[in-house]
Design a protein around this ligand. Structure first.
Ligand code: CO
Length: 214
């Protein structure tokens, strides 16, 4: 229990320090949030969103799940996106993947009968693998195969964002937000940008929403 109590003590220390530096900080924070960025990242404990980009409380709206996926039937992620876009009116959405992702590595393996729910969540990444199987299988080591799929999955998830009605409607009405795919390297702490999709960029026709003609 001592370790979990440490977190509570750390919290008291942090709140005291912040108040000492800016006595009105929490008063301002309690009024409203105006983040300009929605972050969709992996749940991995080694990729703490705010810390790696030096963001302060109030600057980033955040959703995390295993292997940073944007799945069209996931009401959790979709609700976060809808609120961030329609209410908070974020200017940017970042999907952040990371090399050596355990979720992506698991998706390249056989299914684990002890993790039946997680298997289902990873099914979408298995589909990304099948789309790019030749390119991934050409990599010389398992580590590099995982990292190639990390990149391809990330790009796929940014496209999946652009396929949502939420994004397409906002692009038409507000010319915003811009979508980004960043990958984080656990071995040096650095982010790289792999893709960005601007409002109005071409979306594959089968994912475009059109007026109901029925
Ligand atoms: Co991960």
């Amino acid at each position: 229990m001592q370790e979990i109590d440490n977190f509570l003590q750390n919290n008291k220390d942090w709140a005291s320090k912040v108040t000492a530096e800016d006595p009105t900080f929490f008063e301002k924070m309690a009024q409203k949030q105006t983040p300009e960025l929605l972050w969709i990242g992996c749940s991995d404990s080694r990729v703490p969103a705010e810390i790696i980009v030096g963001a302060q409380p109030g600057e980033m709206f955040i959703h995390r799940n295993i292997a940073n996926q944007v799945i069209a039937t996931d009401f959790n992620c979709l609700s976060v996106i809808q609120y961030a876009v329609n209410v908070l009116k974020v200017k940017h959405i970042v999907v952040c993947g990371h090399y050596n992702c355990g979720g992506v590595r698991a998706a390249l393996s056989k299914q684990n009968s002890g993790l039946l729910i997680t298997n289902k969540w990873l099914m979408h990444i298995k589909n990304v693998y099948r789309l790019h199987q030749a390119e991934i299988d050409a990599m010389p080591t398992e580590y590099l195969r995982v990292n190639k799929l990390v990149e391809l999955n990330l790009i796929e998830q940014v496209h999946a964002l652009s396929h949502t009605s939420i994004i397409q409607e906002s692009w038409t009405k507000h010319n915003s937000p811009t979508l980004h795919g960043w990958v984080y390297d656990l071995s040096d702490g650095l982010l790289s940008s792999l893709i960005s999709i601007k409002p109005g960029d071409e979306i594959h026709p089968i994912y475009q929403y059109v007026a109901d003609e029925s």
